[in-house]
Design a protein around this ligand. Sequence first.
Ligand code: EPZ
Length: 428
Amino acid sequence: MPKIIVKKSGPLKGTVKVSGAKNSVLPIMAASLLAQDKCTLEEIPGLRDVDVMAEVLTSLGSDIKKNSDGILEINSAKIDNYEAPYDLIKKMRASFLVIGPLLARMGKARVSLPGGCAIGARPIDLHLKGLSALGAKINLGHGYVEATADKLIGDKIYLDFPSVGATENIMMAASMAEGQTIIQNAAEEPEIVDLANFLNSLGANIKGAGTDTIKIQGVKELGGSKHTVIPDRIEAGTYMVAAAITGGDITVKNALTDHLKPMIAKLKEAGAEIEENGDHVRVRAANGIKAIDVKTLPYPGFPTDMQSQFMALLSVAQGTSVIIETVFENRFMHVSELNRMGANIKIEGHSAVVQGVKALEGAQVRATDLRAGAALILAGLVAEGQTEISDIYHIDRGYVEIENKLKSLGANIERIENHGNDSDYEDL
Ligand code: EPZ
């Protein structure tokens, strides 16, 4: 099984370019199922999740061309299949985002229920509540969701929780429903805005994306378009933490500082120096990091996808920090791995109490989800000795060439491809 070996590295210095956002390109690829003409997507990150979503769309009848410089052409004019099978959905739960567009385009969809995963049960009740509010008949059975609707009719939908995926699925289905749909308590993430901008470029009529109330006026048909996905704010945040934890000086390019406010604020509070310049941010931390408290919340709060990276940082901060995870019920799987490296972290319900230690020790650890994997790499950069990380397929889901980007900043990091089999590539 391939592994990543990280050795104690000095302060990382230099410039790194952020790739297109994974959590933007995946819903946008799903949305291309709505388009009667070709969609050209740019700044597409070379990630396994993108390959899996392309596999799903191809299985539905889309014609996909991917070229080397991050351009993806998708033509779903002739899609002829409305079933997304288990063996594809189990690889990546985001494939469930095809149900909304399939329903709108084909009048029916049969999509395998996504399983739970390492960070929580990941239910889809809000997705289904929204689709049935639009008139879909929903049947659950044999691990599949079957949704049918001769016609989708707009409605007012309140989300009990501002679910990113539910907001996306409902927005995509509503874009071709009859009349107006209003989503209340909608997710406000930048990826929702990017998806709405893409849908509007196809001819949809969506207003309010980025706020908690999104209004969609349905249209009969959607055409093709060209769209550049936004930069990945979580990848950007991860390299910002790499500067902070190693006491380095990194300029993160192609990073929209507007999307990075929580990470900028918390790193400043922890003692880092931050220079914001619109599309790039510079992070220095020559004077060490002090303990802070972090609480994850839906956007614009502190992102749950940055929680594990900050935990790695705070495990070597001066003082004791408290991290509260409010979005997922079980997103502390990385605690036991960090503690194997000598961290002093205690979980108390949804809180983790992180007592900063002088130094971590290299150890053999395993990535339990993609952000936890990134956190272990960050910890390995400052741990005494060598850290060996397995199950790195998680990391490849969300980070383009992380070891090469870190190496270019001075990190002592290698990927060891050995000839064993990769463990089952399942969404965790
Ligand atoms: C998206 O997942 C992201 N994935 C996640 O990123 C991210 O952590 C999450 O949003 C929160 O920001 C993609 O965009 C592909 P949710 P999603 O629906 O849509 C509960 C990463 O690291 N919920 O906002 O699945 C759910 O259980 C990944 O890149 C319901 O109860 O997240 C969770 O506790 C990990 N019922 C909370 O809402 C539902 O129907 C947030 O889930 C849906 C969700």
